[in-house]
Design a protein around this ligand. Structure first.
Ligand code: PGA
Length: 264
């Protein structure tokens, strides 16, 4: 337990907002200007992942603050005939640091597969972006008792051919699909159980040292009320926040809970 606490304290806690398809550039500027003073003393990494068209404004609006900006997806090719897609080089040039990859909404509505998640992850890493790779089981899969199989498969496929060295820049987000945008949060015990299992998978693939240093977030209806309990868990090192990241006070309260989540 003491060892567990020590390793948790060594990992980077990351609270990332996932704005999804919300906020125009001017609305993004206003929200970030509202959030910035509320999170300026955060003892964790604070990230806002915003729509592509908001990125330039968001980067400008957060200059000189501790808020990092992320995109919500990226393509795996450097350029070419991929109408409507955005490359890692385009993101990098803007000053983007993080990128969400394999979110369940992309898997559900836009044909994202573990293979494309893997390609995007490797492209992001190659460009020097920090991917937040999302995994999670459907309700049906949980009910059939195959959560661990689903997660193990996603981890293995999504991270296929990603080196141990590159894993230092990867964050995993555990997002049970049944908890996203539903108001149905996983209990802190359920979140801990799967996040600990993810770490075990990482240990099998990369060894103990890498497994213990990777940040594993929980996501799915995390809010200002339940964040404290979730973030206290040994293997929950942060959150990927949808709905609550669009309300400055709520997002700031989650950042505050994360800043207090280090174990004694
Ligand atoms: P939610 O979304 O917090 O609105 O459930 C989380 C996510 O999809 O990343």
């Amino acid at each position: 337990m003491i060892l567990d606490a020590l390793t948790k304290n060594l990992r980077k806690t990351i609270i990332a907002g996932n704005w999804k398809m919300n906020k125009t550039p001017s609305e993004a500027k206003a929200l970030l200007e509202e959030i910035a003073p509320l999170v300026k003393d955060a003892d964790c990494e604070v990230v806002a992942c915003v729509p592509y068209v908001d990125l330039a404004t968001a980067i400008e609006a957060t200059k000189g603050t501790n808020i990092k900006i992320g995109a919500e997806n990226c393509h795996w090719e450097e350029s070419g005939a991929y109408t409507g897609e955005i490359s890692t080089g385009m993101l990098k040039e803007l000053g983007v640091e993080y990128v969400v990859i394999g979110h369940s909404e992309r898997r559900q509505y836009f044909g994202e597969t573990d293979e494309t998640v893997n390609k995007r992850t490797k492209a992001a890493l190659k460009a020097g972006l920090k991917p937040i790779v999302c995994v999670g089981e459907l309700l049906w899969e949980r009910e059939c008792n195959i959560t661990n199989e689903v997660i193990a498969r996603q981890i293995k496929l999504d991270l296929w051919d990603v080196s141990a060295e590159d894993m230092m820049n990867v964050t995993i987000a555990y997002e049970p699909v049944w908890a996203i945008g539903t108001g149905k949060t996983a209990t802190a015990e359920q979140a801990e159980e799967v996040c600990a299992f993810i770490r075990l998978c990482l240990k099998g693939l990369y060894g103990l040292e890498v497994a213990e240093s990777v940040t594993i977030q929980y996501g799915g209806s995390m809010n200002d009320k339940n964040a404290g309990e979730l973030l206290m868990k040994t293997n929950v090192d942060g959150g990927l926040i949808g709905g609550a990241s669009l309300v400055a006070e709520k997002f700031a309260a989650i950042v505050d809970a994360a800043s207090r989540s280090y174990e004694e």
